[in-house]
Design a binder for this molecule. Structure first.
Ligand SMILES: *[C@@H]1O[C@H](CO)[C@@H](O)[C@H](O)[C@H]1NC(C)=O
Ligand SMILES: *[C@@H]1O[C@H](CO)[C@@H](O)[C@H](O)[C@H]1NC(C)=O
Ligand SMILES: *[C@@H]1O[C@H](CO)[C@@H](O)[C@H](O)[C@H]1NC(C)=O
Ligand SMILES: [Ca+2]
Ligand SMILES: [Ca+2]
Ligand SMILES: [Zn+2]
Length: 277
């Protein structure tokens, strides 16, 4: 990420006061992609694309969870992590991808708990200390993250910053989470961020333009949807109503329950191209 973008992000983070997102629904997943980044990433993918060969069972992704807390604050239980994991695998059960939880680490560190966002010193220190495995291993960090619900590194960034590879989630988004996260505390945020980690964009990427989210069977969407606006249709140019039930939108957790066949095919080829599967 460029310096200008980091500064812009920092400014926007500072501008996000502690206000209920119900009063102020704005994008709070950190995976905001510029048109230049999108074009470069898709050109690289199309030029280097490997198609995943047929295999007998699902692609099993070995996953490590890192719980960063401030004493007891954020020190979520193994039981809650397991509940979230079941929801993650259910979310992906229409695709060829599944996740195996191999270990859980716990770290009591106020600076990391409170200070992690893209490009921060806390992010660098935390990942240098905790990141394990290679390109094929998913590292998930749970911490406070302030105004962000989460973010993750796209697979094509692994080569330039391997240690930063992973999913970063606000622990309040875990099932039965903080009431301040109402709507986003029922476990759909991890599938969303894991979706980015396997190469999916937001369904509203590129708004109504033809390239969209680089997936053919998700109707184009003019911008993020919030809550659960049934039959919303922001792009009359593209047949079909907005994909508000897709995990890669910003609707409430109860409203999000699907990945499409096209997203499943894209993630399989992305995993073959960038993550060694
Ligand atoms: C972190 O823990 C300290 C000591 O328990 C407490 O005073 C402080 O309020 C906590 N901060 C956060 C953000 O949880
Ligand atoms: C966090 O929880 C684990 C068990 O779930 C416990 O062993 C550990 O002592 C706790 N850490 C803190 C800092 O409270
Ligand atoms: C996938 O998970 C959903 C939600 O829990 C469940 O209703 C469905 O039966 C599962 N499908 C398969 C094939 O396991
Ligand atoms: Ca699409
Ligand atoms: Ca439409
Ligand atoms: Zn996102």
């Amino acid at each position: 990420m460029g310096i200008a973008k980091q500064i812009a992000l920092l400014v926007s983070l500072l501008a996000v006061s502690v206000v209920s997102r119900r009063e102020d629904p704005r994008s709070v997943c950190g995976n905001v992609v510029s048109r230049e980044e999108f074009a470069a990433a898709e050109a690289h993918f199309n030029a280097n694309r490997r198609v995943l060969s047929k295999r007998a069972g699902p692609i099993e992704i070995s996953t490590v969870v890192h719980i960063v807390s401030n004493g007891t604050a954020g020190n979520v239980s193994d039981e809650l992590i397991n509940t979230q994991f079941d929801l993650l695998n259910d979310a992906f059960n229409t695709t060829d991808v599944q996740f195996t939880l191999t270990s859980v680490t716990r770290t009591d560190n106020f600076d990391w708990f409170k200070g992690v966002y893209m490009g921060s010193d806390a992010e660098a220190g935390m990942t240098a200390a905790l990141h394990t495995g290679g390109v094929e291993t998913l590292n998930i960090y749970f911490a406070d993250l302030g105004g962000l619900t989460g973010y993750s590194q796209f697979p094509w960034s692994y080569t330039s910053q391997p240690t930063l590879d992973g999913v970063f989630l606000n622990y309040r988004t875990l099932p039965y989470g903080d009431p301040d996260m109402e709507g986003w505390n029922e476990g759909a945020m991890l599938p969303h961020e894991a979706g980015h980690w396997v190469g999916l964009y937001h369904t509203f990427e590129n708004a109504c333009s033809a390239e969209g989210d680089a997936v053919d069977d998700t109707p184009a969407e003019g911008g993020a949807a919030y809550f659960c606006p049934e039959n919303r249709d922001t792009c009359s140019s593209d047949p079909g109503v907005d994909p508000i039930h897709n995990f890669m939108d910003y609707t409430d957790d109860y409203c999000r329950y699907e990945f499409t066949a096209g997203q499943g095919a894209r993630m399989a080829d992305i995993l073959a191209t960038y993550r060694g599967f």
